[in-house]
Write a protein that binds this ligand. Structure first.
Ligand code: PAF
Length: 291
């Protein structure tokens, strides 16, 4: 067990269990914020949200290999544990769990968690392995940490809905809380991968949020869905995005498709997008509700 100022750092499941048992004996509740490190203000807002809902906050830092495909950036994913630890401490976190890979994936591991259907739409189309890796690691982290609540960013909205479904289906006694997306001044959603943007790309990247905001307003007024989305796609490309994987309106809970004419009143919907700025893939989402 290491310590950095008031923050305890544990690297094994055994140490974690000792810490967790002591917290339970003290009768204090625990909020858990799973991360892959490369922290930014968005993560810290999740820690702060957790501390509004529970006595103590614990974060994990684990770059999860099973959610990366062979051609993706697992090897080059930004890693800076000392900086992450300092940031977690500054946000009021009490514990950082930095597990060894073998504690999460024991030798010979063969078990995976798949939340069917919702894992293979939108983000799951170009990354068919991705949400199985996420659900697998989050379920193991829930078993290790045994939190009362767990906080996930709405920035990764599909991930949040998949974790909600998995938590219900597997009966984890954990309340799932979604934290609002933190944004830069021009609206760009904070993301660990924004560091990949060149200065020129960064200057144009805020257009995704700006176009989505306009689309969301039109959809909420009952404008025809297909027309609004077509115009939105054209404007995202005109703003300098290289390509669009999707710009879609979905049911906010199930992420099922919705009618393409008009958003029915009182159906909670979510506008979701993924687009490439240069070689960096950006995602974002916004709530849409007709009054
Ligand atoms: O959102 C992330 O950073 C990751 O997908 C998570 C939830 C920590 C699982 O590795």
């Amino acid at each position: 067990m290491d310590h950095y100022k008031g923050l305890t750092i544990v690297r094994t499941r055994r140490e974690l269990r000792t810490w967790r048992d002591a917290l339970r004996r003290e009768g204090r509740t625990l909020a858990f914020i799973p991360t892959m490190g490369a922290l930014h203000d968005g993560h810290l807002s999740l820690v702060r949200l957790g501390l509004q809902r529970a006595d103590v906050a614990a974060a994990s830092i684990f770059v999860n290999p099973t959610q990366f495909a062979a051609h993706e950036d697992f090897g080059s994913y930004p890693r800076d544990e000392a900086r992450d630890i300092e940031m977690l401490h500054s946000a009021g976190c009490t514990l950082a769990y930095c597990p060894q890979p073998a504690d999460i994936y024991p030798p010979g591991d063969r078990t995976r968690v798949l939340v069917k259907d919702i894992s293979h739409i939108l983000e799951g189309v170009p990354r068919p392995h991705f949400f199985e890796g996420v659900a697998t690691v989050v379920s193991r982290l829930f078993l290790h940490v045994a939190p009362d609540i767990a906080v996930f960013g709405e920035k990764d909205y599909q991930q949040l809905q998949i974790i909600r479904r998995m938590t219900l289906d597997l009966g984890f006694p954990v309340e799932i809380v979604g934290g609002p997306t933190e944004r830069e001044a021009d609206g760009l959603a904070m993301s660990s991968r924004n560091v990949y943007l060149s200065a020129d790309e960064r200057a144009r990247a805020g257009a995704l949020f700006q176009v989505m905001t306009q689309c969301a307003a039109l959809l909420a007024q009952g404008e025809p869905v297909a027309g609004v989305l077509d115009a939105g796609r054209s404007r995202i490309l005109a703003a300098g995005f290289a390509s669009i994987d999707y710009l879609e309106l979905r049911n906010a809970d199930s992420l099922d498709a919705l009618p393409t004419d008009q958003l029915p009143p009182d159906v909670p919907a979510r506008l979701l997008a993924a687009a490439r700025m240069g070689r960096t893939r950006l995602i974002d989402n916004l709530p849409v509700q007709r009054g």
